[in-house]
Design a binder for this molecule. Structure first.
Ligand SMILES: Cc1cc2nc3c(=O)[nH]c(=O)nc-3n(C[C@H](O)[C@H](O)[C@H](O)COP(=O)(O)OP(=O)(O)OC[C@H]3O[C@@H](n4cnc5c(N)ncnc54)[C@H](O)[C@@H]3O)c2cc1C
Length: 354
């Protein structure tokens, strides 16, 4: 059979990219190995315009956020399943300096659109440890990534466009403008293998720095109406359930949960919220992070039919929709990718290796 694209991997990256290509009337065949773990099904799915300990504005927030909100809303309609949960995010202040800093930012262009309001100490929230008050952010929330992947799986299956199997590099034949695999041929093959990229025969030279993360699931004794974020996040996913995470570990890259991470999360949690809880779940995964914390997108320097869409790191939910569209524009309309994301920024590593 003849296809436009093969996609390898159906985590968040492969799901969104294959969906986009199909919506543009391209013929797509996706390979996904259900035995391999998925970073996407462990992730909390939070999107948040601010990032890091110092809470700086996320890279490209102005472009990414309007795009992601519309994209997931449209996808919800297409798949008939709720994916997007807009939930404000509360961040307690730790010092008066911080309070002053954010009071000033309230009037800065680029920041004000993401801040709902500042709460002074008299307005401190009873469920949170926040003696100095804090700030409530808007345009935050979470995407139910598991529901998204299930929905896209059905979407692909209805089109006979999914093979639940391991893609084997040794069976691949590459010519100048096509690839051949098991009797199927395609114009392009895009690898969306998440953390398995390091083992990829063609793109293993890209500088991946995977980071393990662990998350707890808690039954709460009372509902929480916002995400709380300081040291750890507490994400309400229903009236009685929330997720707490995540740890960062770049030494142990196994997918096993650890007692150490659980203790670390609970210690931080106890300094953050006052609601009684019970731990009901614990999971671990590996984030496909790149060395410079920017996505890996583009075509192979030697084998032009081969491409990659990876390196989404800690921010898959916010980066994937926008950059899947940019990748489509590059592949089908010849629009160049921006320097920060194109893998050509690392071609020197490939040429040094061969
Ligand atoms: C603990 C934790 C918390 C996180 N929290 C957030 C968060 O709150 N917000 C956020 O935006 N991001 C978060 N992330 C990051 C997010 O999970 C990733 O950015 C995103 O899910 C990466 O998706 P992916 O499709 O690239 O990789 P994956 O989801 O890992 O998918 C890769 C897929 O490729 C398949 N595959 C690989 N090799 C082959 C092969 N040879 N043949 C067939 N199939 C293959 C695998 O089976 C898998 O299905 C978190 C991650 C972790 C671990």
């Amino acid at each position: 059979m003849v296809w436009d694209y093969f996609i390898v991997g159906q985590g968040l990256a492969g799901s969104v990219l294959s969906y986009k290509l199909i919506k543009h009337d391209l013929k797509v065949l996706v390979f996904d190995d259900p035995v391999l773990p998925k970073s996407s099904t462990v992730a909390a799915g939070i999107y948040n315009p601010f990032t890091g300990r110092k809470l700086v504005k996320t890279w490209m927030a102005e472009q990414l956020f309007p795009y992601l909100l519309k994209f997931y809303k449209d996808l919800e309609e297409e798949l008939s399943v709720q994916l997007l949960y807009n939930i404000p995010m509360y961040r307690p202040f730790l010092s008066l300096e911080e309070q002053n800093e954010w009071s000033a930012r309230l009037f800065e262009d680029g920041y004000s659109q993401f801040i709902e309001r500042l709460l002074n100490p008299q307005e401190a929230l009873p469920q949170v440890v926040n003696p100095l008050g804090g700030m409530m952010l808007k345009r935050s929330g979470f995407v139910d990534i598991r529901a998204l992947i299930r929905g896209v799986t059905n979407f692909l299956e209805q089109r006979n466009a999914l093979r639940s199997e391991r893609f084997l590099y040794r069976k691949l034949q590459i010519s100048k403008d096509r690839v051949l695999y098991n009797g199927h041929s395609a114009r392009k093959l895009i690898f969306c293998e998440g953390p398995s990229l390091s083992n990829n025969k063609f793109f293993g030279w890209l500088p991946m720095t995977p980071v393990k993360g662990e998350i707890l699931e808690l039954a709460l004794q009372e509902p929480l109406a916002y995400i709380v974020n300081r040291g750890v996040f507490v994400l309400p996913v229903s009236n009685s359930l929330c997720r707490v995470g995540s740890t960062f570990d770049n030494q142990d890259l196994s997918w096993d949960v650890t007692a150490k991470a659980k203790i670390q999360l609970l210690q931080k949690l106890d300094k953050l919220i006052r609601i009684p809880y019970r731990v009901v779940g614990h999971s671990a995964g590996v984030r496909p992070a790149s060395l410079d914390r920017r996505p890996f997108i583009g075509l192979h320097p030697k084998y032009e039919p081969l491409g990659v869409f990876n390196g989404l790191g800690t921010k898959g939910v916010s980066l994937t929709p926008y950059f899947a569209q940019e990748f489509f524009n590059f592949l089908e309309r010849g629009k160049p990718l921006i320097r920060d994301v194109t893998i050509s920024r690392y071609f020197f590593l490939y040429y040094n290796k061969i």
